[in-house]
Design a protein around this ligand. Structure first.
Ligand code: HEM
Ligand code: CU
Length: 575
């Protein structure tokens, strides 16, 4: 078993980490944050910067939905609209969805969950954040310098030769951010291999770790491809070398192969860590081990591998050969198998469990419904014949928002609420949390479900104006978007309030399993005061009726100075 050299000072059995400052309290200067090597602080830096970028991307979306409430272009003209949807897509995909769960929750939790004191390479972790910020700065600069109008997919030769917008700046930004992603992936892989606490065998790893590990493999193997692709676009653009432009002897479809060879797996960089969050939530709020633990773990790896061989389903309408289309279609259907296994296993986890519907679980249930619909509509698109009809319509827009925004953001919100007391040491307001989950669920469906119908009826994507027969459904969609936006804004308010004034949370407010709940909230700098030793499988829940766990039980009387009393209190709550 792997053992880690432990500072003898840290092995003294301090009671529940009440002594010694937490990672938040140790020092609060700007310098201590910007130069921190602590994975927990770096996670917070990511959380703050990604929230800001999410707001930027959201502002563009608001303007698009405003434009689309009427059939004519009243609010912005065609060119401005092209820039809006491009910048919305670029910000959301490259700077929010891809890094979101791994860089925030993953960064915070991977070391804690495996009983390590940090990631394997803390300095590289900090460097990853700086690369992310520099990349984002370049791309934002492109927006302020006049915007980009190619769509987030940068299809050539338009992007490489003909567009006169700020493509070069934007692709440089994406190129730099790619390094951040590769370094984070490497850090996770090495950490999971090398830093597990004694007794933490591979098959005792929480499923959140398995899914982040699988996503890290994709990050490391796939990201260099998109980075090279972006360099090639810039080279053709700046130096006129014929790579993708047929007028110069290039091949525009080559770009699509390279782009989707990364960008399809990338959807699993987004969604696998989200799957991991859902596994943790299902176990904790059903108080049962995840049904079929090993199958779910291997399903993550299977998804990661299969994700690399289906990119051609984005090229069905490019004149690809019938045989290629057939193979890509069949392979795409295969990805559905491990994914469906996960959905079934989460559902079985709830069966005969003691399910309690706290905010994180509401988000998880919303995820299950929305993600399943998103995945099933992927099967429609993977069927070549249907895709010829649905390609480049709003059906595709609805599909990927169901999986990515519905799936990933709901899981992210569920995870953020679940681990919030651990991250901040304080409880959020349950009533407002539930309100947010409900608003997001209804707002989301009202926004995107009409788009399935619009696409099926033939409304093309990426247009600033449309035939007037599509107006009713578009108004519904815009109305839904404003409900959705309010659902996203709420947590910004009550979580910020909780951080300052929320009631103090206990070390394990949910009575959950997992090493992260065995240290204090918020954790000390070195994560654990005592080296944890793992003696049982994860999700080994004691048989307690969770309905006995009242909201007050989630809080510990922090005024008690008596450590033994505190220990008793925690024990009572856990047994
Ligand atoms: C698991 C999460 C998934 C995510 C995050 C995801 C994401 C996306 C995205 C971003 C697009 C739009 C690309 C564009 O802008 O053109 C897309 C399109 C597509 N997706 Fe998915 N997808 C997922 C699952 C699936 C599955 C399971 C399948 C097949 C079984 C699938 C099949 C397709 C196809 C065929 C298209 C192309 C449609 C077209 O452009 O005509 N997707 N997906
Ligand atoms: Cu794909």
């Amino acid at each position: 078993m792997t053992t880690i050299p432990v500072n003898p000072e840290l092995t003294s059995p301090l009671p529940l980490g009440r002594k010694g400052p937490s990672y938040l309290d140790i020092s609060f200067t700007v310098k201590s944050w910007l130069l921190t090597l602590d994975h927990k602080r770096i996670a917070i830096l990511y959380l703050l910067s990604m929230t800001a970028l999410f707001i930027v991307g959201g502002a563009f979306a608001t303007m698009m939905r405003l434009e689309l409430t009427t059939p004519q272009g009243d609010f912005v003209k065609a060119e401005a609209y092209n820039k809006l949807f491009t910048m919305h897509g670029v910000t959301m995909v490259f700077f929010f969805l891809i890094p979101s769960v791994p860089a925030t929750l993953g960064n915070f939790l991977v070391p804690l969950m495996i009983g390590a004191r940090d990631l394997a390479f803390p300095r590289i972790n900090l460097a990853s954040w700086y690369l992310f910020i520099i990349g984002a700065a370049f791309t934002l600069a492109a927006m302020f310098a006049g915007g980009v109008d190619t769509g987030w997919t940068f299809y050539t030769p338009y992007s490489s030769v003909y567009s006169n917008s700020q493509v070069a700046l934007a692709v440089v930004g994406i190129f730099i951010t790619g390094f951040s992603s590769v370094l984070t992936g490497l850090n996770f892989i090495v950490t999971v291999h090398k830093m597990r606490a004694p007794g933490m065998t591979w098959f005792r790893l929480p499923l959140f770790i398995w899914s982040n590990y699988a996503a890290a493999l994709i990050m490391v193997l796939g990201t260099p491809v998109i980075s090279i692709t972006m360099v090639l676009v810039a080279v053709e653009r700046l130096f006129g070398v014929g790579i993708f432009d047929p007028a110069n002897g290039g091949d525009p479809v080559l770009f699509q192969h390279m782009f989707w060879f990364y960008s399809h797996p990338a959807v699993y960089i987004m969604v696998l860590p989200a799957f991991g969050v859902i596994s943790e939530l299902m176990a904790a709020f059903s108080r049962k081990p995840v049904f079929g633990y090993k199958v779910v773990a291997f399903a993550s790896l299977a998804i990661a591998l299969l994700s690399f061989v289906v990119w051609g389903h984005h090229l069905f309408t490019t004149g690809q050969s019938v045989y290629a289309a057939l193979v890509f279609s069949v392979l795409s259907f295969l990805v559905g198998i491990p994914t469906a296994i996960k959905v079934f296993n989460w559902t079985f986890t709830m069966y005969k469990g003691s399910v309690s519907l706290e905010t994180p679980m509401l988000f998880a249930l919303g995820f299950l419904g929305i993600f399943t619909l998103g995945g099933l509509t992927g099967l429609f698109l993977a069927a070549v014949g249907l895709d010829i009809h649905l390609h480049d319509t709003y059906f595709v827009v609805a599909h990927f928002h169901y999986v990515m925004v519905g799936g990933v953001v709901l899981a992210f919100m569920g995870g953020l609420h679940y681990w919030w007391p651990k991250i901040t040491g304080r409880m959020y307001n349950e009533f407002w949390g539930k309100m947010s989950a409900i608003l997001i669920f209804f707002g989301f469906n009202l926004t995107f479900f009409p788009q399935f119908i619009l696409g099926y009826l033939g409304m093309p994507r990426r247009y600033y104006a449309y035939a007037s027969e599509f107006q009713v459904l578009n108004i519904l969609s815009s109305a839904g978007a404003s409900i959705l936006a309010s659902g996203y804004l709420l947590p910004g308010i009550y979580l910020a309030y909780s951080f300052v004034k929320g009631p103090k949370a206990g070390d394990n407010p949910w009575g959950a399993k997992g090493l992260e709940w065995q240290t204090s909230s918020p954790p000390p700098v070195e994560n654990f005061k005592k080296m944890p030793i793992v003696t049982e499988d994860c999700y080994n829940y004691p048989l307690v009726d969770p309905h006995d766990l009242q909201p007050e039980d989630r809080l510990i009387d922090s005024t008690t100075k008596d450590d033994d009393k505190l220990k008793e209190q925690v024990k009572d709550k856990l047994s």
